[in-house]
Design a binder for this molecule. Structure first.
Ligand SMILES: [Zn+2]
Ligand SMILES: [Zn+2]
Length: 245
């Protein structure tokens, strides 16, 4: 067993609200300097950049997990991570089909850039990724359960686009694998408000949209190897696995 520092919620140049500086090389360089050894690039409602970012992560000897930040019909942000790359890309197609058919307005929201391994722009994604999909929270979870996924509601300590902000509570029938908190979250203060989360696995991530945010939020996992299934076991405290935020 060994300790691994993980950031499982980072945005690439594809996310309209993110910086153009979030290129594969820049992200991996910054992550490496911050000691991050497991990374998931989780853009809004699309995994169009995952393959290229995975290639760059390999060059930097950073373990890469496929993922996406989904915005459900209730405007709740969920991060879904995938054990298997092919399953991830299959789900990505499903997701694209249920994303509202609204064109992106780059002047207002920013460009949605798909890049190749040489960091050149391949295309601009037309459909606005910042919108919701047509699936509700329940529908999204049940679709995701057709895959090997690790699902956690994102930034539960914030008001905007979080499950607590939108619903006022966390339904207890959805079997989330973990609960995401922000880099800024004061855990004691947060848990004093939501004491029912005390026994549940919280994981901290950067949710970085700009380079200088990488390294600000992470979770350390004590696991056998740097895989998503080991992270799942750590969240369940299986064997001697554990995690620290
Ligand atoms: Zn979010
Ligand atoms: Zn995010």
């Amino acid at each position: 067993m060994d300790w691994y520092k993980a950031d499982l919620h980072i945005h690439s140049v594809l996310s309209p609200c993110g910086g153009l500086e979030m290129s594969p090389k820049n992200i991996m360089e910054k992550a490496q300097r911050a000691g991050i050894s497991i990374i998931a690039v989780t853009d809004h409602n699309s995994m169009a950049n995952c393959i290229v970012y995975e290639q760059k992560a390999l060059e930097y000897k950073i373990n890469y997990i496929y993922g996406v930040e989904i915005q459900t019909a209730e405007e709740i942000h969920l991060v879904a991570l995938f054990d298997d790359k092919n399953e991830a890309m299959t789900f990505d197609k499903e997701l694209y089909n249920v994303l509202l058919p609204i064109k992106n307005n780059p002047d207002y929201f920013g460009d949605q850039v798909v890049v190749n391994k040489d960091e050149n722009i391949v295309r601009f994604e037309d459909k606005a990724l910042i919108n919701s999909i047509t699936w509700t929270l329940d529908q999204t979870i049940s679709r995701l359960r057709n895959y090997n996924t690790f699902v956690f509601p994102a930034h539960v300590d914030t008001e905007a686009f979080s499950i607590i902000g939108q619903l006022g509570f966390i339904p207890d029938n959805l079997n989330f694998d973990a609960f995401g908190i922000t880099a800024q979250c004061d855990i004691d203060e947060f848990l004093s408000k939501y004491s029912y989360l005390k026994s549940l696995p919280l994981i901290r991530n950067s949710d970085a949209h700009y380079l200088n945010q990488i390294g600000a939020g992470y979770t350390r996992f004590y696991i056998e190897k740097p895989t998503l299934s080991e992270i799942r076991f750590a969240c369940q405290k299986m064997g001697h696995r554990k995690h620290v935020i």
